[in-house]
Design a protein around this ligand. Structure first.
Ligand code: GTQ
Ligand code: FE2
Length: 333
């Protein structure tokens, strides 16, 4: 006896639709054609305003640094493409993104180690937290020193390796647009065939480095936006956002000064370059200090209060949202 195969019902013909006597029969026939009705959908496809899913969250540098130090006893850079700790937003099912479009991670390269060259379509930046002279990154052949407080870029498809020729382990925070790459899927990644790419120059054009010392000078010369509050944008040499998907700014707050950010469609990660203070997001109070990371999801108002003079790095997806015509405020309900 030939085995009976379960087969999908035959695809409905035009004639079949002519013979229906109720809506349910139409739905059943549509199913054979892989068509869903658009008026009685199982799930709505639009809603009046952004749904809140990512939550405000805070990661302290201290324990993360200790964790990297401990991991460094077991994981070397031969084993790990990068020795990093991913700051995953604590929402159900998420193991990666910090906010919808961005991921932040702490990374450590031990004294004497190198992390081999690779490149990817994801845009990346680093905020240097603790290094000694002799720690550097190589971006497209250009050797760039990694100095505390510096913000370094490795844009889309630039080769990059990290090397630590100093006597001290080096720590920094990475922020990448990988969740955006996951969503849109223009994902490419490759290793450099030479392991560590050859150094061919320095970053004289300054395209890949925003030295903290320069930001401090620029902030000193800037005027207050509000009493005790100053901000500079870290722009690319053409005057646009640092990278296509990520905008960067450094805010300086004097002790006691508040920064109020109104809710918008943009998501951001705030990284503490120097100083300490508190933040209120969605009724949640966070106490932060140097090296900490704070997830600032779209749609939530945020108040940051400085306890000491502080320098804050904001990495935001505003350039992406603006380019698509989707950057707009989200009024409170
Ligand atoms: O340093 O090249 O945290 O490619 C994640 C992916 C760091 C890096 C991360 C990366 C890097
Ligand atoms: Fe990378």
């Amino acid at each position: 006896m030939p085995q009976t195969l379960t087969r999908a019902p035959a695809r409905a013909t035009a004639e079949a639709f002519g013979k229906v006597s109720n809506l349910e029969e139409i739905y059943a026939l549509l199913a054979t054609l892989d068509i869903e009705n658009g008026w009685a959908k199982r799930e709505p496809s639009m809603w009046p305003r952004p749904r809140q899913n990512f939550v405000p969250a805070h990661w302290s540098y201290g324990p993360a640094k200790a964790a990297l130090e401990a991991a460094g006893r077991y994981i070397n850079t031969e084993l790990a493409e990068r020795r990093n700790l991913i700051l995953a937003n604590p929402i159900p099912g998420n193991t990666y993104a910090t906010v919808r479009t961005l991921v932040a991670a702490y990374q450590m390269v031990k004294a004497g180690e190198t992390a081999r060259s690779h490149r990817h379509t994801a845009n990346a930046l680093r905020l240097v937290l603790d290094t000694a002279p002799g720690t550097y990154t190589v971006v497209d052949g250009r050797k760039i020193p990694m100095v505390r407080g510096d913000v370094l870029l490795t844009p889309n498809w630039c080769w990059h390796a990290h090397a630590n020729e100093s006597p001290a382990d080096a720590y920094w925070m990475d922020i990448l647009d990988v969740p955006t790459v996951h969503l849109l899927n223009p994902m490419f990644f490759e290793h450099h065939e030479e392991g560590l790419e050859p150094v061919t120059g320095t970053d004289e054009q300054g395209a890949f480095r925003y030295a903290f010392a320069d930001s401090v000078v620029r902030l000193e010369a800037a005027t207050d936006i509000a009493p005790g509050r100053r901000e500079i944008a870290l722009l690319n040499p053409q005057g646009g956002p640092a990278m296509a998907t990520v905008g960067l700014s450094v805010t300086r707050l004097e002790p006691g000064v508040k920064l109020v950010q109104e809710p918008s469609t943009a998501s951001a990660v705030m990284a503490v370059i120097e100083g300490g203070g508190t933040a209120e997001i969605d009724g949640k109070t966070i106490t932060w200090t140097r090296g900490d990371a704070i997830a600032c999801p779209a749609g939530l108002a945020q108040t940051v209060t400085a306890q000491s003079r502080c320098y804050l790095l904001h990495a935001t997806d505003e350039p992406l949202m603006r380019a698509l015509g989707w950057l707009r405020p989200i009024p409170a309900v």
